[in-house]
Design a protein around this ligand. Structure first.
Ligand code: ADP
Ligand code: ZN
Length: 768
């Protein structure tokens, strides 16, 4: 955090030390409006020292004094009006950017973020730059690494000159001609280690005035040097979609709706290839979890060293280098998760949002942006194409496609005409379970399928979207369930290591041996988590090599990629895990996919519960049968007739949308995509005060609605959130819905600017 704490009162620059020395030299003093990365919706006026005049331009970062500290801010405007005469402005201390860090179009995007999401501009701009560039200790960002290169400085065009120059130095001539052949300059290690030239010969060229050593910035690129095979030829279907997209006017966003395994990635890459060939840059957004070395290799296979990868697993230095290489135009294609939508790509020609339905595109802290929606705005501002892709598009995007605002292209078949795998829905209420399942929902049908696959040396994926060992602990005598002392949530039982853990705040306590209420000595575990599933499957299939993938096993950098690599090499027979394993994986030897309990998210109090369940089940089903051996999917559920399960079982987005859309329209309560939605969450340590605060906000919303918005909004609440208490704070929320985005925008901005302690979340992806 570089700025003062939120809401610091009295943040007034320039009130301590009058500073106008340069004005007295006869030159008119110049002032700049500076935005600080703090939640205060205003700018601050600072004096521009003449020596920084050329660098203090809109979008440039500057270091300015704030009270007794220094802060990195961004120039909003120059030649601003001088401050009120009695208050002298302080001077800007430094301007580290030779070129403004934030280009004018990105600045405009920041203004849009601020207005749309009701976030002070300072916080919106903070999201645009990598964290390292806000550090006042090193405002220029992490130091760049340099490498020494040898560059030719004199040409020897004629043979005669050459013979004269190298008469007694044949090795020097070899070095000279090698350098000439590879373009006139090369890193020293390359010349010595790879080309076998001697250091003495290189020194000789320099001494002779024919070459010079220089240091050039070298980007830290953890992906350099990895093998990137060229892409295969497009299928006829892929070619049809690429041609269709390129024939669509660039201002019309497109959706590629392609079934799992239909080869969407190659379509994106081919469209981007033509974008880059025409001299433009591009951004490819992928969900964090899908940003694997395999994905990067596929992109590098097309664009080579033009690719800059922005990933939260990179070091600060690596990320800053990738950012700088894009900003300078040295790299043209940015690949990354949601924040890559702000990548400083020069002459942006296209943005691709892969798996556009993914909720990980939504940022959880202010500005609470959705990268897909930001991509719409950025593409519009910069005249770039927008391409969304998914096998299970969000209802929002389907709605835009149905209304003609997005052009839809379909890839209805898998590559190689492989069929989508048949899905068997198993009714957990009646299906026969294996003996000694001990409460684990493990049916004979799933058991036989797994056993069959293992016998044929094929691989199995098991999805259970709940980590931990058991969902909660319960006393069989009095029924007590241990809950988190800070959150209104049952503690999850973990076994490796053993603890009760809160999945919301991380609180941990030992597993009790006796009930805290009645003292009974046996405690019963309820609800199945991935750890227990792993344990159970291990006992059931002792020969199988099993790996588990969930947040608890993948907390270290690149950990989940190592698991996936072993899976790809056939060193794992059963991969089990949470939704992490549902997306994007492409393992041809997986012939059985089992959804152990499809209902884990079905009954959450969130209007998207059915949509999420559909997407999850359809996506994980799409992991089966990607190779010539085919595959089959087993979905265990207690709600076999639910439209989300039925549609997922036939891989049908259309069937799901047809059932779900009416449920979100009158006479039912309306929800997106039919209306826009914003959520306001008040929280406080004191249960009474939070209720009062929520009632005040709700009262204000109701009044604003009748007095100024002609009743365009419907206001719901206030009511306690489904998770009533989180990290020691009680929580209440209100929702506003409106068909008219402008009405939502007005209350979002008003509350975002004024209401302290109220979280403003426009287009929320979670209502818990
Ligand atoms: P999706 O993202 O639509 O699920 P992918 O892009 O992952 O599909 O492609 C599925 C598989 O098909 C991958 O293994 C990919 O390498 C392969 N593939 C895609 N396009 C082609 C093609 N034109 N020829 C051969 N293989 C292809
Ligand atoms: Zn907690």
């Amino acid at each position: 955090m570089t700025g003062p704490a939120p809401g610091t009162p009295g943040l007034r620059p320039g009130s301590e030390r009058p500073l106008t020395p340069r004005a007295s030299a006869g030159v008119a003093a110049r002032y700049a409006e500076i935005i600080l990365p703090i939640p205060v919706p205003r700018t601050y006026t600072y004096l521009i020292p003449p020596e920084l005049g050329s660098r203090v331009v809109p979008g440039a970062r500057v270091v300015v004094p704030v009270q007794r500290r220094q802060v990195v801010g961004v120039v909003a405007a120059v030649d601003a009006a001088p401050p009120v005469p009695t208050v002298a402005a302080k001077a800007i201390l430094a301007a580290p950017d030779a070129e403004p860090a934030i280009t004018s179009s990105l600045f405009a995007l920041g203004v849009w973020l601020s207005r749309y999401y009701g976030t002070p501009l300072g916080l919106a701009l903070r999201a645009l730059l990598p964290g390292a560039l806000w550090s006042v200790r090193r405002p220029a960002g992490p130091a760049e690494q340099v490498e020494r290169v040898l560059a030719l400085t004199a040409a020897l065009p004629s043979l005669l000159e050459r013979e004269r120059a190298f008469k007694r130095a044949p090795k020097r001539r070899v070095a000279y001609e090698a350098l000439e052949a590879i373009g006139g300059s090369a890193p020293i290690p390359h010349l010595i280690a790879r080309l076998g030239l001697s250091p003495a010969a290189l020194d000789g060229l320099v001494a002779q005035g024919l070459a010079r050593y220089t240091d050039v910035p070298r980007a830290r690129d953890p992906f350099a040097g990895m093998s990137s095979p060229p892409p295969p030829d497009l299928t006829a279907d892929q070619r049809r979609v690429v041609a269709g997209i390129l024939a669509t006017p660039p201002e019309t966003p497109v959706l590629i709706q392609g079934v799992t395994g239909s080869g969407k990635t190659l379509v994106y890459l081919d469209v981007l290839r033509s974008v880059v060939a025409s001299g433009n840059g591009a951004i490819l957004l992928v969900p964090e979890i899908a940003l694997t070395p395999q994905t990067v290799a596929r992109v590098r296979g097309v664009f080579g060293d033009q690719v800059a990868v922005l990933h939260s697993g990179l070091s600060d230095g690596e990320r800053a280098d990738a950012w700088r290489a894009l900003r300078r135009g040295e790299r043209r294609v940015a690949v990354g998760p949601r924040s890559a939508v702000f990548a400083p790509v020069e002459r942006l020609g296209a943005i691709v949002v892969d798996e556009e339905h993914e909720s990980s595109y939504k940022q959880g802290t202010a500005p609470r942006y959705h990268a897909r929606d930001v991509a719409f705005e950025r593409a519009r501002l910069e005249g770039a194409r927008l391409i969304l892709g998914s096998a299970t598009p969000s209802l929002e995007t389907l709605h835009l496609a149905a209304g003609g605002k997005v052009a839809r292209f379909e890839l209805p078949d898998r590559i190689g005409a492989r069929p989508l795998p048949p899905v068997e829905v198993i009714d957990l209420r009646s299906a026969e379970r294996v003996p000694d399942a001990h409460g684990v929902p493990w049916t004979v049908a799933l058991d036989e399928a797994v056993r069959g696959a293992l016998g044929r040396r094929e691989q199995v994926i098991l999805l259970l979207n709940r980590r931990g060992f058991a969902t909660y602990l319960q006393c069989p005598a009095c029924g007590d369930v241990p809950t988190c002392p800070r959150c209104a949530i049952a503690l999850t039982v973990h076994q490796t290591p053993a603890a009760l853990r809160c999945h919301y705040c991380g609180h941990e306590e030992p597993v009790p041996t006796v009930c805290r209420v009645c003292g009974k000595e046996t405690q019963r575990m309820r609800g199945l988590g991935t750890q227990q599933l792993e344990h159970f499957v291990g006992l059931r299939f002792p020969e199988a090599r099993i790996a588990r993938m969930d947040l608890d096993t993948t907390s270290t950098k690149w950990a989940h990629h190592r698991v996936l690599e072993r899976m790809a090499q056939g060193k794992i027979d059963i991969l089990l895990g949470t939704q992490m394993i549902a997306k994007g994986l492409d393992f041809p030897n997986v012939t059985v996919v089992g959804v152990v309990d499809a209902d884990t998210g079905l009954h959450l109090p969130d209007f998207r519960a059915a949509e999420r369940t559909f997407q999850l089940v359809a996506q994980v089903a799409g992991r089966a049968g990607r190779g010539p051996k085919g595959g089959r999917v087993y979905v265990q559920t207690r709600a076999p007739d639910h439209h989300a399960i039925r549609a997922a079982a036939v891989h049908s987005v259309a069937q799901f949308a047809a059932a779900e859309l009416p449920l979100r329209a009158p006479p039912n309560p309306t929800y997106p995509p039919h209306v826009g939605l914003a959520r306001f969450v008040a929280s406080h340590e004191d249960a009474g005060r939070v209720q009062q605060a929520a009632e005040r906000v709700a009262g204000w919303l109701v009044r604003a609605n009748t007095e100024r918005l002609s009743g365009a909004l419907s206001v719901l609440g206030p009511a306690p959130c489904p998770i009533e208490r989180l990290k020691g704070r009680w929580r209440w929320h209100m929702l506003v819905k409106a068909a008219e985005p402008r009405a939502i925008g007005r209350v979002v901005r008003a509350l975002g600017a004024r209401a302290r302690g109220v979280v403003v979340d426009r287009d929320p992806v979670s209502l818990l």
